[in-house]
Design a protein around this ligand. Structure first.
Ligand code: GUN
Length: 280
């Protein structure tokens, strides 16, 4: 089965739109999301445009605040401080990557944990580590929601996660642990990666390396989640970490690229914005 992230995200969007309509009526205020972007990384431009479009369709008031790549560090801090105390702002998103002269950690940690729509603040990640309710990062939560909306069981399952980033791999592994899955995390230095992918009931690849997952690495009962979004320079098409054409023939379930994890990330950002709005 193809796990259709686009379809699931659309169903969640319809539900979310209704909920937001009711809350706007009741509170006389729209949920508000501020997106900060420094410089003009081409992939970020595409992602941010998409986030703003979906927010707008949901009656979430989203504003893009742009900074030149050489903005003074103090200016970016002072904007974050201003938004942290603005009662009309629910969520603050600092689009990554930042230009090289910025230490991303410093700015992500400057965002108030109560407005941290990406769930990247130490406090929110610490709560996740200890299994407390928090704001969860959008891509990992989107993946868990996709699996659960398809009734794919997590409890007791062997889940292998390839990639250990702070944005996807690490928080996702913790969320799966909290769901009582048995989680294996692989990184660049993993010896015999195939051993870990072959034994997986669910394989999640988040490396950004084209076709790193091939047909010989998976078992026929596996559910494969592809987090990679890579522009193939020869065909100019988007591809993933997984050699979809060959792997899809073999496995039980698989997400496509595009139309798998990507739409789930965006709708989860909107769901997180609403969660922060309701927390107020
Ligand atoms: N850049 C790539 N992925 C993400 C994400 O999940 N959040 C932010 N803020 N920037 C990103």
């Amino acid at each position: 089965m193809i796990l259709d992230g686009k379809k699931i995200a659309l169903a969640r969007k319809i539900k979310l739109k209704k909920e937001i309509e009711v809350l706007i009526q009741k509170n006389q205020r729209q949920p508000s999301l501020k997106v900060l972007m420094v410089g003009n990384d081409p992939a970020s431009e595409t992602y941010v445009a998409h986030k703003l479009k979906v927010a707008n369709e949901l009656n979430i008031k989203a504003e893009l605040i742009r900074f030149d790549f050489d903005v003074k560090h103090a200016e970016l801090y002072s904007k974050i401080d201003e938004l942290n105390v603005d009662e009309n702002v629910d969520g603050i998103l600092l689009q990554l990557p930042l230009p090289k002269s910025f230490n991303e950690e410093d700015y992500l940690q400057a965002i108030s944990p109560s407005k941290d729509v990406d769930g990247f603040h130490y406090i929110n990640q610490g709560r996740l580590l200890q299994g407390y309710e928090t704001i969860y990062p959008c891509t990992p939560l989107g993946i868990i929601n996709l699996l659960e909306d398809y009734n794919i069981k997590l409890t007791g399952q062997n889940v292998t996660v390839i990639g250990t980033s702070n944005i996807v791999g690490k928080p996702l592994a913790l969320m799966l642990l909290n769901k009582k899955a048995t989680v294996t995390m692989c990184n660049k230095n993993t010896i015999d990666i195939k051993k870990h992918t072959k034994s997986a009931d669910i394989l999640i690849s988040a490396t950004g390396k084209k076709f790193i997952i091939t047909e010989d690495m998976v078992n026929s009962n596996c559910t494969v989640i592809d987090v990679g979004i890579i522009r193939d320079l020869t065909t100019n098409k988007l591809v993933g970490d997984v050699d979809f054409e060959n792997v899809a023939k073999k496995v039980k379930n698989i997400t496509p690229v595009p139309g798998g994890v990507g739409p789930m990330t965006v709708i989860t950002l909107m769901e997180n914005t609403l969660k922060l709005y309701k927390n107020k």
